[in-house]
Ligand binder design. Sequence first.
Ligand SMILES: Nc1ncnc2c1ncn2[C@@H]1O[C@H](COP(=O)(O)OP(=O)(O)OP(=O)(O)O)[C@@H](O)[C@H]1O
Length: 425
Amino acid sequence: MESVQAIKQRFGIIGNNIALNRSIEKSIQVAPTDISVLVSGESGVGKESLPKIIHSLSHRKHNKYIAVNCGAIPEGTIDSELFGHEKGAFTGASQARDGYFQVADGGTIFLDEVGELPLTTQVRLLRVLENGEFIRVGSSKVQKTNVRIVAATNVNMHEAIQKNKFREDLYYRLSTIEIHLPPLRDRKDDIHLLFRKFASDFATKYKMPTVRLTSSAQQMLENCHWPGNIRQLKNVAEQISVLEKERELDADRLREYIPKTSNLPSVIKAEKAKNDFSNEREILYKVLFDMKSDLNDLKKLTLELLSNGNTEKVKDEQENLIKKIYGKTKESQDTEDDFDERLEVLQIPEKSSIEEDEDEISIERASSYDFAEDVEEEETLSLQEKEVELIKKSLERYHGKRKPAAEELGISERTLYRKIKQYDL
Ligand SMILES: Nc1ncnc2c1ncn2[C@@H]1O[C@H](COP(=O)(O)OP(=O)(O)OP(=O)(O)O)[C@@H](O)[C@H]1O
């Protein structure tokens, strides 16, 4: 059996903390079995390494390893991504497609952010876990697969179960063995070690001498709260490596690079910070951000109308979205006409005219859907930068807590999650 030390070297894992070593040891022990494993721990603690270790030390190592970020896939397509679909299963399904569970047959699937799975997908997943069976979207034929599942989560699953967001039976199936990775603040002994490694990597990358810390700066680094854990520490090391003129930093210089919230206890009242957009620039960003969010909502609604053609149905199904965009719903009788007028402005083609060229339009629509999330990338860089800044500020205000930050930004937690990943925040 490979030693913990050898595994750390192979997977580039830095640290000597006892809890970290125990987590790696557990991964090594459980690898040769087919037992489902749940890796838990806050965001940024390094959960992604453990499923890779488990797969590479298992008898499945020559087969596929697929990592799926459940939080980043839109709810509407997740079943098809995971389990595949038949041709014509839904608008845009111009071809049958294999899902990850089929592609990874004989291998391992890593379900990152498993707590974000919609309840309907959880039912399908439970079935795969119980007897290896799954059904493609739009099919009635039961298929079999032999996949080992390793899942990860940074949410409190017991809380999610209590709030009926996660099925208890699925949780127990997934977490036959649970491996917990400690937050960075509980691994103080590793903080400076990690910083040195990152500083040395960035020095090589940017072709500069390595930055170093005085002992007072080291102490400060170790006493930070680090809500974003190792990911945040890595970002700080990169910023310092690139921006700092001096190659040795004392505590005063270091303070500039440490997000204020990292130094504060996590219990600062979020309420106090709420909507505290204290200067004009932030207000402007907020307005731009809201506009962009509205634009994306409109795009979504338009696509929905184009593919559905049935305005009444869309009005019913997208009531919340319509309310968000226009501030009113069809329930407000006196605004019904206004509402219809607005829909007319979108010039929705009659369904019959859409159907004439169904295949062609479906493909077009499908690609519009596929890119609905990516459209954002086409916006100008400066707007994107402002968006990143706004998200960062909001996350800082709420000490990395996505729920209140998403509420403040007026976007869903899922979208915020995607953006955090997209911009590596
Ligand atoms: N022990 C470590 N040594 C070196 N780098 C590490 C270590 N742990 C984490 N990292 C780095 O920190 C970053 C975040 O790690 P990772 O993506 O695995 O976190 P995570 O726990 O999966 O976060 P999330 O829940 O947000 O997905 C990565 O760049 C990873 O390479």
